[in-house]
Design a binder for this molecule. Structure first.
Ligand code: MN
Length: 421
C-alpha cells in the first residue's frame, strides 16, 4: 500500500466509509482506519500509508460531514475532539456575549444606572456588614486631649442643573469633600487624637421640583430620585467612608426651604413633611446596621421642627438652614443679628454658643458679640440666578471644623474648595 486518498478508500471499503461517517472525532477515526490496515501489507510507522487527524478532517470538510446521532440502542462513543471544539466555541460565544452585555450596560441612561445602583445599594444594605473600626493605633496620642471633627453638608441642591452643575457633579464633589475631611483630619491627628466626627446636614440637600415657577426646566432628577435614590446614595457613601476612619459618627439633620413639598399647595401639606428630612431618614434606615453611627433628626407631627442644637462637651452650636433670616439681596446682615439675638435671649430654650446655617451659599463667619455665626458654602457652581439677581458668584465648597470639647471652643476651621486645584 502506498499513499492513498480517503475518498478512494471509502469507496472501496465499507468499514472505512462507516468510520469516516461515524460520530467519532477526527483523531479517533484516523486511528480506527489505521488499525484496519495494520498487518495487511502496511509497515508500522510508514507515514505514507497511514491516515491522520488532518486527512480525516479535510475529507469530512469536502463531504460536508456532520456528526450524527448514534443509532437507537447504540452507546454513543465519546467524541472528545468534538467536545473540545464545542467547548472552545461556547467559550468564544460566552466572551462575545459578555462584551456585548457590557456595551449595552454602558449605553444605558444615567437614570437606569442610578436606579440600579440605588436598588443594589438598598438590597446590599440589608446584608451589609458594618464598616470595620479604624485602627486605633492610627490616632493614639498619649497625653494629648482629643478633639472632635465637624463636617458640614449643606445646600447640595441635588438635582439642580446649571452650566457646570448637576447630580453627577454633586456626587463627585461630595466624594472629594470626604477625601478632604480625611486628609485634614490626618494632619490634625499629628498633634492630638480625633476619633469622633459630627456631621451637620443643614438642609437644601435636595433641590425639590416645585419650589419656584419653571423649576422643572432646571433639574435632572425628580423629587422621587433626589429623595429615594441619589440623596441617600451620596449621603450614605459619605457616612460609610467616615465610619471607616472615625470610631464614632454623629449626624444632625435640619430641613431646608427646598425640601418643601407640593408647590402652590405646600400650605396643605403637613408641616413636618420635607424632602431633606426624608433623605436623612432613608439614609438612616439604609445604615441601620452601623452601631457606631447615631442620628438626630428633629421631627414631629404638624410642626416644621426646623432647628437642632448639637452639644460637644462644653461647646454647642445652633443648627438651622438659614431661610429664617429675612433678607433682600445676599447675606442678611441685619436679620442675622436680630434673629440670633432673639433666639439666644430665650426664644430658643436650649443654650447655644454659636450658630451654623446655610442657604446663602457664601462661606461666611460673623462675630455677633459672644456668638460666632457661620454660613456654609454650597456644592453648586454657576448659579445664573444669583449672577443676574444678586450679582453674586460662589465657588463650590463645604466646611470642616475641629472642636476642643473640654475648652468648649472651635480650634480650627477650614473651607474645603471642591472645584479648584
Ligand atoms: Mn435654601
Amino acid at each position: 500500500m502506498t499513499v492513498f486518498n480517503l475518498e478512494d478508500l471509502a469507496a472501496a471499503d465499507a468499514e472505512v466509509y462507516r468510520i469516516l461517517h461515524s460520530a467519532l472525532g477526527h483523531v479517533k477515526a484516523s486511528h480506527k482506519i489505521n488499525e484496519l490496515f495494520e498487518g495487511v501489507g502496511v509497515v508500522a510507522g510508514d507515514e505514507r500509508a497511514t491516515t491522520s487527524e488532518s486527512s480525516v478532517r479535510r475529507y469530512r470538510e469536502r463531504t460536508n460531514w456532520q456528526p450524527s446521532n448514534p443509532e437507537p440502542g447504540e452507546a454513543p462513543e465519546r467524541d472528545y475532539d468534538g467536545l473540545e471544539e464545542r467547548y472552545d466555541d461556547l467559550q468564544r460565544q460566552h466572551n462575545r456575549t459578555l462584551v456585548s452585555l457590557s456595551k449595552a450596560h454602558a449605553k444605558r441612561s444615567e437614570l437606569v444606572s442610578a436606579v440600579f445602583d440605588a436598588a443594589s445599594q438598598a438590597a446590599a444594605a440589608l446584608k451589609l456588614k458594618p464598616v470595620p473600626m479604624p485602627d486605633s493605633k492610627l490616632h493614639e496620642k498619649r497625653g494629648r486631649k482629643p478633639e472632635v471633627a465637624v463636617a458640614v453638608l449643606s445646600d447640595w441642591q441635588l438635582g439642580k442643573v446649571t452650566p457646570t452643575y448637576n447630580s453627577e457633579v454633586c456626587e463627585k464633589r461630595i466624594e472629594r469633600f470626604a477625601n478632604d475631611v480625611l486628609k485634614i483630619t490626618d494632619v490634625q491627628r499629628a498633634d492630638h487624637p480625633v476619633t469622633e466626627l459630627h456631621v451637620w446636614c443643614l438642609g437644601d440637600i435636595g433641590e425639590g421640583e416645585l419650589i419656584f415657577p419653571g423649576q422643572h426646566w432646571l433639574i435632572d432628577a425628580s423629587l422621587y430620585q433626589q429623595v429615594c435614590i441619589t440623596g441617600p446614595r451620596i449621603l450614605g457613601n459619605f457616612l460609610r467612608k467616615m465610619l471607616a476612619n472615625f470610631d464614632k459618627v454623629v449626624v444632625y439633620g435640619v430641613i431646608g426651604n427646598h425640601g418643601r413639598l407640593g408647590g402652590r399647595a405646600s400650605k396643605e401639606m403637613n408641616s413636618e413633611s420635607n424632602g431633606d428630612r426624608m433623605i436623612y431618614r432613608i439614609t438612616q434606615q439604609l445604615l441601620a446596621g452601623e452601631d457606631r453611627l447615631t442620628w438626630v433628626i428633629p421631627d414631629g407631627m404638624d410642626e416644621r421642627n426646623w432647628y437642632a442644637v448639637d452639644t460637644i462637651g462644653n461647646y454647642s452650636s445652633l443648627l438651622l438652614h438659614g431661610d429664617q433670616f429675612r433678607g433682600q439681596s445676599g447675606m442678611p446682615w441685619y436679620g442675622l443679628q436680630k434673629k440670633v439675638g432673639g433666639w439666644r435671649l430665650g426664644a430658643i430654650p436650649e443654650h447655644f454658643d454659636d450658630v451654623y446655617f446655610g442657604h446663602y451659599h457664601q462661606p461666611t463667619r460673623v462675630t455677633l458679640n459672644s456668638v460666632t455665626a457661620r454660613c456654609s458654602g454650597s456644592t453648586e457652581s454657576t448659579n445664573t440666578y444669583a449672577m443676574e439677581q444678586l450679582a453674586a458668584v460662589g465657588e463650590p465648597s463645604q466646611p470642616l471644623m475641629f472642636v476642643n470639647p473640654e475648652k468648649g471652643i472651635v480650634t480650627a476651621e477650614y473651607c474645603c474648595w471642591l472645584d479648584k486645584g
